[in-house]
Design a protein around this ligand. Structure first.
Ligand SMILES: [Zn+2]
Length: 246
């Protein structure tokens, strides 16, 4: 791709370095950073780090960094795990809510601001080298994470996935509880169960997984004709299984 700059080339100041990666840009025949591919214009001191400080938006005009992407992905995974846990107010839940959510919000906001800065800086970004274009995938991390988390508001699918992976173990536990009253706290599938009890209608089986302050929450196995008594079903997982909250 031809490099188009409006101003005639002049040598950058001797201490010029790349705005993104800090690579020394003096003595180069090309106008892309050899390290990260970011284009610079020797005649435009705002396109490299030199004696004059480049405007903040020039420095932000780059894809999210690798650390930003990994951190956002990690927080998203933690959030989805929390949605799947159905164990109430735990330390992980409070930590995710108080620290993870604001951090994730800032990372998404940073990605949006970076995108706006790149849009402002298109005359330069069109000259970026191939090394830099390889990082294009990083632009997809924030929208993907937002989409995954937002989809949980429609239906808590991580909870459904984790429950489906554990369903056969739960059904075995229902049989054992009904036959010999086995209600020991233990792992059932991918869930740690605090206890098992029988519903008021004596037909349904309650698996407690945690508490919301003092009220137990968990899963209910409810064979047909379906729920008759409180507590109310919160999320239906299969025709015979739902989550409960007292
Ligand atoms: Zn660079």
């Amino acid at each position: 791709m031809p490099i188009r700059f409006s101003t005639p080339p002049t040598a950058p100041v001797p201490q010029a370095t790349c705005l993104d990666c800090g690579y020394r840009l003096t003595g180069l025949s090309r106008r892309n950073c050899p390290e990260c591919g970011r284009a610079f214009d020797p005649a435009d001191p705002t396109t490299y780090r030199g004696s004059r400080r480049a405007a903040l938006w020039h420095r932000l005009a780059r894809p999210p960094t690798r650390i930003e992407c990994w951190l956002l992905a990690l927080l998203t995974v933690l959030g989805l795990l929390e949605v799947s846990a159905n164990d109430g107010l735990t330390v992980l839940f409070i930590g995710t809510f108080l620290c993870g959510l604001p951090t994730a919000f800032l990372l998404v906001a940073a990605a949006v601001i970076r995108g706006l800065c790149v849009a402002l800086d298109t005359s330069r970004t069109s000259s970026d080298g191939p090394t830099r274009r390889r990082h294009i995938g990083r632009w997809f991390v924030a929208p993907m994470c937002v989409l995954l988390v937002a989809s949980c508001a429609v239906y808590p699918w991580p909870l459904w996935v984790r429950f489906k992976l554990s369903q056969s173990a739960f059904e075995e536990a229902v049989t054992r509880f009904r036959e010999n009253g086995d209600a020991r706290p233990r792992w059932i599938g991918l869930y740690r169960i605090e206890g098992i009890s029988s519903g008021r209608d004596a037909r349904s089986t309650y698996f407690t997984t945690g508490h919301n302050i003092i009220d137990p929450i968990g899963f209910v196995h409810d064979p047909p004709p379906g729920p008759e008594t409180a507590p109310r079903p919160t999320t239906w997982l299969t025709p015979q299984w739902y989550t409960f909250e007292e």
